[in-house]
Design a protein around this ligand. Sequence first.
Ligand code: NAD
Length: 511
Amino acid sequence: MAKAIAKKNTTAKSAAPKKAAPAVKKNTIKLSFDTLHYAPAPESKSSAKIDAQYNLFINGKFVKSQSGQYYDTINPATEEKITSVAEGNAKDVDIAVKAARKAYEGVWGKMPAKERSKYIYRIARMIQERARELSIIETLDGGKPIRESRDVDVPLAANHFFYNAGWADKLSYAFPNKNPQPLGVAGQILPWNFPLLMAAWKIAPALATGNAVVLKPAKTTSLTALKLAEIIQEADLPPGVVNIITGNGSSMGMALVNHPDVNKIAFTGSTDVGKVIQKAIAGTNKKLTLELGGKGANIIFDDAALDQAVEGIINGIFFNQGHVCCAGSRLFVQESVYPEVLRKLKDRIATLIVGDPLDKNTDIGAINSKQQLDTIQKYINIGKKEGAEIIESTCAMPKKGFFCRPTLFTNLAQSSRLVQEEIFGPVLTIQTFRTDDEVIEKANNTPFGLSAGVWTDKGSKVFNMTTKLRAGVVWANTFNKFDPTSPFGGYKESGFGREGGMHGLAAYLRV
Ligand code: NAD
């Protein structure tokens, strides 16, 4: 996807008028709207300043955790420590929930929606202003290529705030005659694959709808959420409206889920943990949305533009090292074009660069943790044992850090664990099909239902597939395109509830 974006930007540049455009005053609203559509954030001057220690953000202040303990956060590309982050516990959760409740019952709950909206806009602008810093820290902490942090994660995070800011005073238009009311305190739990972006997905609609928030990022990637806390503090958001607490999932995350004064849990993460949370919440009056795992099918029909399709397949699985819930991790190719597609895929993966995530030329950065690298390796070994044909790139590999070569598997049975289970790494399985019915049957045959892609020249085929594929999103002749205006979410074990668009707002409202 990053490549596609790079191309788009080049075109935009060359199409720009040769004459100097009329001077646009910097930092005006115009500039921010220019970037709303998925463009890179304006070049910011901020530098990546990382402190020696990070504390919890509660009630508008950075405070030590009750235990006084810290954990190390590691750069997965070098295996070196970046900094220390406060290890919170259930007591910290309770303090944060109390702060959120107070803000909700007080200043935030009473604030006119129009005023709320201004704070959300301000946060969006400040994300843009600190785009460079946020991109670098996202890449250091998470391992994703800087091109992706810079061109996707950070600008899209800002866009989520812009988009939701616009809704804050228009909720009665969005839900006419429904008297939309906030839920109260929202507990939000994040995964490690898109740390800042997921925080924006969750915080922005919660604020637009008038809720207060207690958010817990993933332990291996807490830094950009804490940088967002700095932004929120600088934006003068009233204390307690957003609290960001760091620590273990099973203790602190669970304490947030079980806290009696939390009205809603928004969880994004693995299907296994999602099920634990669903059970814990059963019987309480809490609202719940679960954004869980996926096993996206990318389908190439014989009438597709094959070069474009192959590029889309590459982006679909190798974007963010395959750490993408909606990654196109299963490829289905119509039999008549299979040899050609396979040849093109082999040629293309031979050009991919695995390496330093801070290098702008890197295509595939570091796997987020040793634990995740082991999981991916486990699946690769299973594939080998199953007798599948493995096609692995032979690119140079960094000497240190957690890295994995882009890997393709062919000749796998539909029942193979590689086809059925989420690997969450740069591993693509390839199967063939003859008819539409056959590929629909195969594509729907996993426990998940989050995403799919269809590559074809025929509009009628696209319509047919979108109605029959059990996936929350079906892309046509593109993949991994995200937009704050679109609802996103899954079927089956990929969860329920939608984030983004008006449906994302509804998830934080009582109507
Ligand atoms: P994870 O389930 O291990 O952890 C997610 C979060 O939950 C972390 O913050 C963790 O600390 C916390 N947690 C762990 N145990 C908990 C418990 N018992 N109670 C409360 N919180 C707990 O997932 P992960 O490995 O961080 O993320 C990868 C997973 O996330 C993948 O399965 C991926 O598909 C999924 N994901 C889904 C979406 C989506 O929109 N559907 C988006 C991104 C990632």
